[in-house]
Design a protein around this ligand. Sequence first.
Ligand SMILES: Cc1cc2nc3c(=O)[nH]c(=O)nc-3n(C[C@H](O)[C@H](O)[C@H](O)COP(=O)(O)OP(=O)(O)OC[C@H]3O[C@@H](n4cnc5c(N)ncnc54)[C@H](O)[C@@H]3O)c2cc1C
Length: 479
Amino acid sequence: MTSGRVRNIAIIGGGITGLAAAHRIITSEPTATVTLFEGSSRLGGIIRTERRDGWLLELGPDSFITNKPGGVQLCADCGFTDQLIPTDNTFRRSLVLHQGAPEAVPDGFMLMAPSNHRAIIDTPVLSFAGSLRLLAEASIPPRGDVDDETLASFVTRRFGREALERLVQPLVGGIYASDPDKLSLRATLPRFLDMEAEFGSVINATKQQKQARGPDIDSSGSGARYGLFTTPRDGLSSLVDHLADQIAAHPTATLCLNQKIESVQPAGSCWNVVLTGENPPQSFDEVIMTLPAYRVAELICDPHQSELRDLLAGIEYASSAIVVTGHSLSDFAHPLDAFGLVVPLVEQRRILATSFTSRKFPNRAPAGRILLRTFVGGAMQPELLDADDSEIQQLVNEELKEILGMRKPPEFSEVVRYQRAMPQYHVGHQQRVDRIERLIGNTAGLHVAGSAYRGVGIPDSIASGRAAADAALTPAAET
Ligand SMILES: Cc1cc2nc3c(=O)[nH]c(=O)nc-3n(C[C@H](O)[C@H](O)[C@H](O)COP(=O)(O)OP(=O)(O)OC[C@H]3O[C@@H](n4cnc5c(N)ncnc54)[C@H](O)[C@@H]3O)c2cc1C
């Protein structure tokens, strides 16, 4: 890919973004030297799969979407596509809590786009007036001048408050763990703003897109577009291991675990990467930083970069916990015949959502058992994470008992905390990222990638890692 001398590239962070960047470098420019520094004793970052007595536990993410190309492209490039499995279509639907009881999300309702109007009228989740208001969206005139808007403002304006509170907030909140009064629609779900601008309404856009597409397996079901999700048969860590093996086998690549980076300092036309402890700094032509934005801000030690540091530090993060539990199916009064349950904030419960993980993908639980992942905290209930693990396990047990009729405590329960791990794309995020990218673009040899910038999911993170690798292999002077 490059001409000229061989590049010497550092990657900081061994999550999926850093691994994707390293893999891109060894496959596009095999003579480049790449050193990946990971501060902990394991690769994968937020991704962590464990096997226990017939259970396959995803302690972080559990799948990724295929209509964003990053994940599937990486799997194709590293020879991993045959490991990917689709969601099981037996229970492909979502539940939403309504006045204490789980109800089906109306058939064909995807995040905020309704494609089955009868189901909107019939759903017990909305009042009759709320259903009519939702469907009136088709005749609400578009607001011409909208560049960005909060999720709450857009949905209330177009579909009504009830649709926001009862359906959209819990479905979208499940992805971003965010405050709907702050979440930027442009930075998270821009297609809905574009639908309004192009077709006059989301409903008209959905109708026309459906006609153009013809019958589609993904228009069945409800909640998220589950037909588009995939995961490795043996869990997401198997992708991490596969990438790590290929990188480690490459003659000019080095994976360094337990190597926490303290700072990154300019040194002439290079960058010095400073490790904690006694290790001497190491010099690189290019540095790709794949840490959360606030950590990147802490690491950049260059007096000329105060604006960049402030912009990075200003990206807020939410914390959450996943409580992974294993049960006998017969221990529930509810049949758990769905992919999961989302909980609207207006229900005033202490959980955000529960994913029925072993209903989504096969071989996650032994026969007759079910694996659940319950989400706690997020931007709207951070105080719940002040509790210790046993209190969080207790509150999840109480909620599962009341909501799903759990009759016995789980066979096991594990709390996994994610402290400041979920970037919050507030209104103005896109302009902030544009400016960050301009400043980075003017700083030779420095690159950032990860979920902080242009998409929070695994495919976005992978795509940003690969783009940063390409930029590092094509330094400014050569472009
Ligand atoms: C609870 C939760 C559930 C999620 N579920 C999904 C899902 O189902 N599907 C989906 O697509 N996305 C999901 N996501 C998002 C997805 O996990 C991220 O997009 C992705 O994992 C980010 O990877 P990363 O490599 O950028 O960051 P990370 O995984 O955070 O990796 C960063 C790495 O940097 C290391 N590090 C930190 N500081 C230093 C330092 N100073 N020196 C060296 N190393 C350092 C860390 O130890 C870590 O290994 C979820 C996120 C969370 C928090």
